[in-house]
Design a protein around this ligand. Structure first.
Ligand SMILES: [Zn+2]
Length: 328
């Protein structure tokens, strides 16, 4: 079957002639023709959210039961080998349509959405989730989809298909990391500040992070790779250093945020009884929208819980000290 939406199909939904407008047309088409995407999209307007102040910044907790499929996903090698890959084109639902990004990616509506406009962007081949060598693609995608924030979850940092390479993207104006960027950068430590490149060390919402900004995607990629190889040396047994990444355009500048990790899921995920909290943090959580698929967790979770969860899963201040030295 041909999954790619034709120009005439797109024209029925397209209101803006930009690449972001094309993607919005894909989403509008899918909400009409793809029942799971529609019902989850409709349900999103009714999901409950509450605000929590973390280290002086306001974040949100979202009760989103549809996300249980991702939050509780079994991503061990045995479970993965026993299931059909849901990102391979041959296994996508028949209703799922696509737009191409370059020759290697398909842009799809994510039926289990968090953002009101939420895309999954798998590689056309079944190939492992590894970011090395694909940062250029991530930045190109950010430039193409200038109304969106593009993100990447490492194979042990929230990707529910660690065996099939994919990015995701969500509309701008949703995650505090993007909407509060100026405030966050004002409270950050400048590590590099020259004409073509700015790098900041920051701890938005209590999560250690590196912000890399430049008009030149090659500069961003080069700085990212320095950080990547340093983190890889610290975790020689991992397939790639544990990390989450988000990138978007700020005017003419690319902004890449790197969250280095040390743990996939916090202790609260595994304990039984009252202390259990089913929260499996990935890029969107680290960007300030924490997803709880269970109502009991949404009701009880506090700023202290979020702080404790982040202190378990993110790298220490000492690791950040060493990491920043690679940029000098
Ligand atoms: Zn696959």
């Amino acid at each position: 079957m041909n999954r790619i939406l034709s120009a005439s199909e797109l024209a029925l939904y397209q209101t803006q002639l930009t690449p972001s407008g094309k993607v919005r047309a894909l989403l509008a088409h899918q909400w009409e023709h793809f029942p799971i995407a529609k019902s989850n999209h409709d349900a999103l307007s009714g999901v409950r959210e509450k605000q929590v102040v973390l280290d002086g910044l306001t974040v949100r907790v979202q009760f989103n039961s549809a996300r249980i499929v991702s939050s509780a996903a079994k991503v061990d090698a045995k479970s993965i080998s026993e299931r059909k890959c849901f990102l391979c084109e041959a296994n996508l639902p028949v209703e799922q349509r696509a737009l191409p990004f370059g020759e290697n990616y398909l842009m799809l509506s994510n039926p289990f959405l968090i953002f009101p406009e939420h895309l999954t962007i798998p590689h056309v081949q079944h190939t492992d989730q590894r970011i090395l060598g694909r940062m250029g693609d991530m930045l190109a995608l950010s430039k193409e989809l200038s109304d969106f924030v593009v993100f990447y979850n490492g194979p042990k940092c929230g990707a529910s298909a660690p065996d099939h390479f994919h990015f995701q993207a969500g509309n701008k104006g949703f995650v505090p990391l993007e909407t509060e960027l100026e405030t966050i950068l004002n409270q950050s430590q400048s590590v590099v500040d020259n004409q073509s490149l700015q790098i900041f060390r920051s701890k938005p919402f209590g999560a250690n992070a590196i912000f890399i900004l430049s008009e030149d995607p090659i500069e961003v990629e080069r700085a990212f790779e320095k950080a990547y190889y340093h983190l890889a040396l610290l975790s020689p047994d991992e397939l790639e250093p544990m990390l989450n990444l988000l990138s978007w355009m700020v005017g003419d500048r690319y902004c890449l945020v790197l969250f280095p990790r040390r743990l996939h899921r916090p202790s609260q995920f595994f304990v039984e009884g009252d202390a259990n909290i089913l929260l499996s943090p990935a890029s969107v959580d680290l960007a300030g929208v924490f997803i709880t698929p269970q109502e009991k967790d949404f009701e009880k979770i506090t700023a202290a819980d979020l702080h404790d969860i982040l202190s378990q899963i993110m790298v220490s201040d000492a690791v950040m000290e060493g990491l920043c030295e690679v940029f000098y």
